[in-house]
Design a protein around this ligand. Structure first.
Ligand code: NAD
Ligand code: UD1
Length: 339
């Protein structure tokens, strides 16, 4: 049986997707440079599934390594997670972000084209909608970006669209993730950010476990019901299952589709803090801080297209998200590092 290649397969979303693919009967090959992950995540996926993963260390910008990978393994499709994702860092290191994300994707596509593997699921982001004028956000909403990370996702979307335009025998999905949170129900795999977390849920978890003293809520003067920012948080296992559905869709279809993966429901920062502390019976001290530059007030998906095309919709509740985040964090206070 051919492999599904996961670039960045050891990362947060990649590892959860690897598990769902193995459970669905696919064979998985991970290609990762471990710049933001460790092999331990994949080892745990193997334990959870009782199946093995082929793990190759390498960089998507290394054309020779990719050629070798495709020549040594029969690959039917690629799920392309590999990328850098820290917004603040991207403003400090724009060349690094454009090189890694954009040039890396171009190199990957060049090799895929060469070897005739033309099915690609790409990790895009709701960040491509910029400060959307309407919510829920449909896939047809105008796109814009305000930082190099967002620009890199937008550029990749344009590049992939041009490629499919020129060569219609490609099949691609641009999956626009909203805010992935949570962890596998086992508590064995989860999000393991380096240093101080930028994102809300890992920050809340680290406050709850005592690694940080309190959460700064970035602004309570937004035009939202409680004044704090509203986002579409989606359980990472639901998100991972969306990739399995996208691959199944590509088995039948060529062309390119942008598809939102979100729940269609928005929760505020204070909703998240309240749910986390109530459901898990743990204190999450917080204080109100100034707005974070670049943040928007409200962002949630119009999720109908995923249901229509992929037969996919999110199934996990907010309680599941906060429970599973806490299980992972409390069982692994130092992430994969203690392993
Ligand atoms: P992650 O950092 O946990 O995973 C990315 C993986 O890619 C890591 O294992 C990293 O080592 C690897 N990688 C990075 N550059 C590489 C390169 N040049 N060659 C080979 N491997 C490389 O991040 P994640 O949260 O799992 O995100 C996966 C993808 O989804 C990223 O492209 C990200 O931009 C996108 N995304 C993430 C979110 C989110 O909130 N987590 C939201 C929207 C989109
Ligand atoms: C951020 C990125 C976005 C990226 C997404 C997923 C920015 C501006 N945007 O989105 O490009 O696709 O992560 O990785 O960084 N919050 C706090 N305190 C915190 C952390 C966050 O109050 O310590 C608030 C934020 O103001 C926001 C909400 O929590 O209202 C969610 O923040 P976050 O998890 O960082 O996600 P986004 O800002 O939606």
């Amino acid at each position: 049986m051919p492999y599904i290649l996961l670039t960045g397969g050891a990362g947060y979303i990649g590892s959860h997707t690897a598990l769902e693919l193995l459970n669905a009967g696919y064979q998985v090959l991970s290609f990762d440079n471990y710049s933001n992950s460790s092999t331990e995540a994949l080892n745990r996926v193997e334990q959870l599934s009782g199946k093995s993963i082929v793990k190759v260390t390498g960089d998507i910008r290394d054309e020779a390594a990719l050629r070798q990978l495709f020549s040594e393994h029969q690959i039917s499709a690629v799920v392309h997670f590999a990328g850098l994702k820290a917004v603040g860092e991207s403003t400090q290191l724009p060349l690094h972000y454009y090189d890694n994300n954009v040039a890396g994707t171009v190199t990957l596509c060049r090799v895929m084209r060469e070897v005739g593997v033309k099915k690609l699921v790409f990790s895009s982001s709701a960040t491509v909608y910029g400060d959307a004028k309407q919510v829920p956000i449909p896939e047809s909403a105008p796109r814009s970006a305000t930082n190099p990370y967002g620009q890199s996702k937008l550029m990749i979307e344009y590049i992939l669209q041009d490629l499919v335009q020129a060569e219609p025998d490609w099949g691609m999905t641009l999956l626009r993730y909203f805010n992935p949170v949570g962890a596998h129900h086992s508590g064995q795999i989860g999000e393991d950010p380096n240093g101080i977390p930028n994102n809300l849920m890992p920050f809340i978890s680290q406050v709850a476990v005592g690694k940080r003293s309190s959460l700064s809520v970035f602004g309570n003067d937004y035009p939202t019901p409680d004044g704090t920012g509203v986002r579409d948080y989606i359980h990472v296992v639901d998100l991972a299952r969306g990739h399995v559905k996208a691959l199944q869709y590509l088995e039948q279809h060529n062309g390119i589709e942008a598809i939102n993966l979100g729940t269609g429901v928005g929760y505020s920062v204070l909703d998240m803090v309240k749910a986390f502390s109530t459901v898990n019976q743990v204190a999450v001290p917080y204080q109100i801080a100034p707005r974070r530059p670049g943040d928007i007030a409200v962002c949630y998906a119009q999720p109908d297209k995923a249901k229509r095309l992929l037969g996919w919709q999110a199934e996990h509740s907010l309680d599941d998200m906060v429970k599973d985040s806490w299980r992972w964090q409390s069982q692994n206070p130092d992430g994969y590092k203690q392993a």
